[in-house]
Design a protein around this ligand. Structure first.
Ligand code: NDP
Ligand code: 8X3
Length: 248
């Protein structure tokens, strides 16, 4: 029987690429996101592979439990929905942006996990893949709360594994570096020029690269748990620690 993957944030970027990739591999899909017209387009495009589309704002705890809580046969939960807002220094940031990132990247991911994990534990089978970020491990100016939310995703993933010892349920944190999607359009609130500059002259990761990685992770034998993967484009690497020199 075909396996089912539930993808949060399937309307764009990584989520959409994963939907296309898993459909091509014969999986059944449950696709979620807020933009229902995009979910409908995907359903038309991917046909019978799409078992269900669910228009859902993962920040809404009641809605998440109401819409996901009764699903009892999900093989893979891809906790992908998320966003960064702004790149301002912490003292100058819009506090609403911080709250939106916490509500989405931390609380939304928690709600989806809590809604779907019981059925996995009950069936003693399943896999949760959480999309983190290199920003969760490597700080950069303006990354403040976004990086903080992704550090949460990393440690939450490890702690889930600690809870799940003794069960066959798998958990993976996948942390991509720079990838071209709508991510920067959202971060810079529609300033397309600023968003385009992020990828100028760089061969960034493509959403398809992440989809292939997710598929590889879930295709390992059932006794193998990929704990963590960090993926960067070749054009990206770490820099030296910043040093402020007096008088400069
Ligand atoms: P996109 O902006 O292309 O996609 C983000 C997806 O998240 C959309 O489908 C959006 O759907 C969904 N989403 C956002 N907020 C909510 C919400 N409140 N409820 C439900 N769905 C929501 O970005 P990416 O594909 O690049 O990002 C996917 C994930 O990867 C994010 O968690 C991001 O932080 C992470 N990431 C991205 C990197 C990059 O460089 N692009 C690198 C590392 C990690 P809709 O608007 O329809 O609700
Ligand atoms: C997205 C990658 O470097 O823009 O998570 O934070 S970065």
């Amino acid at each position: 029987m075909a396996k089912t993957i539930l993808i949060t944030g399937a309307t764009s970027g990584f989520g959409r690429a994963c939907a296309e990739y898993f459909a091509g591999a014969g999986w059944q899909l449950i696709l979620t996101g807020r933009r229902s017209e995009r979910l409908e387009q995907l359903q038309t495009q991917l046909g019978v592979a799409v078992r269900q589309i669910i228009s859902l704002d993962i920040r809404d705890r009641e809605e998440v439990f109401e819409k996901l809580g009764s699903l009892d046969d999900i093989d893979v939960l891809l906790n992908n929905a998320g966003l960064a807002l702004g790149l301002e220094p912490s003292w100058d940031v819009n506090i609403d942006d911080w709250e939106t990132m916490v509500d989405t990247n931390i609380k939304g991911l928690m709600y989806c996990t809590r809604a779907l994990l019981p059925q996995m534990v009950k069936r003693n089978s399943g896999h949760i893949i959480n999309i983190g970020s290199t920003a969760g491990a490597w700080p950069y100016p303006g990354g403040n709360v976004y990086g903080g939310t992704k550090a949460f995703v990393q440690q939450f993933s490890r702690n889930l594994r600690a809870d799940l010892i003794g069960s066959k349920v798998r958990v993976t944190i996948l942390a991509p570096g720079m990838a071209e999607s709508e991510f920067s359009d959202i971060r810079f609130k529609g300033d397309v020029e600023q968003a385009a500059k992020v990828y100028q002259g760089v061969e960034a990761l493509r959403p398809e690269d992440i989809a292939e990685t997710v598929f590889w992770i879930v295709s390992r034998p059932a006794h193998v748990n990929i704990n963590a993967i960090e993926v960067m484009p070749v054009d990206q690497a770490w820099g030296p620690l910043a040093v402020h020199r007096q008088g400069k």
